[in-house]
Ligand binder design. Sequence first.
Ligand code: ZN
Length: 289
Amino acid sequence: MNNNLSPFEQALGKILDKVGQMVPGENEYLKDGIPFCKKCNTAKAVVVDKAQGLVMHSLCKCERERRAEEKRRQAEDDRRKQVEFLRRNSMLGEFFLGCTFSGLTITKYNQSAVEMARKYCFHADEMLRNGYGIYIYGDCGAGKTTLAACIANRLTEQCHTVWFTSLIEIINSVKSTFDTGRPTSYYDKITQVDFLFLDDIGTEGMKKDDNSWIQSTVFDIINRRYNAKKPVIFTGNYSVESLSAKANFAQRTAQRISEMGTLSLYLGHINMRLISEETNKSEIKKILE
Ligand SMILES: [Zn+2]
């Protein structure tokens, strides 16, 4: 290489060449002094200065497609790894990690709730931006946690961060940090995660005393999400309106929950756990037959 050339000219020399001086590579042939790809028959250089016969090296069609495909695969691979990471960090149990909308048994009792939950996921970005959550309630075994798990899995598929937990779990975790120091990491997570799932609300065993540590901690958790304008997806046996009367929630906490722009979904009248048990039994029967 000519050492009198500036670095810019040297770099240019690698992409620029002269027509007539180009030597075809193994899978190339020359046409009008320009190399062409034997596979796709497109040029591997373009003329940039006709007068001086200057050409610039370029990619042929099949090479361009190969690189685009490689890039697409890499992006898909990165996304898949990210989703897997988000799934593992969602704290959903192994069983619930397998819950999907397409795997749900639709009945006339859950149909509208499932439909709304699907729509919620479809508009997840908007829901997140507005801090809109969902409050799923209904009888024991109605499939509330399963539906919440379907939502959680769909949201991680969309690359949102999810934390599937319960007030009891957070309270116990906060308690366990009493001796070791401040429970900041839990509080940070409460405000930072995109979608916080609080399963089984109303089972905290709270007493009527509004000033107890547990009452103020529960309020604090809910209030942190409220102030951060981030959504919470609740599941519970009681409606928001009866949280105070039936689960001894402080009025201010129940008030905050209803103020959070929460969509209330009712799953009722049928025991989904029984249905799935029956389904499992018939599956087993089929296998054993
Ligand atoms: Zn080619």
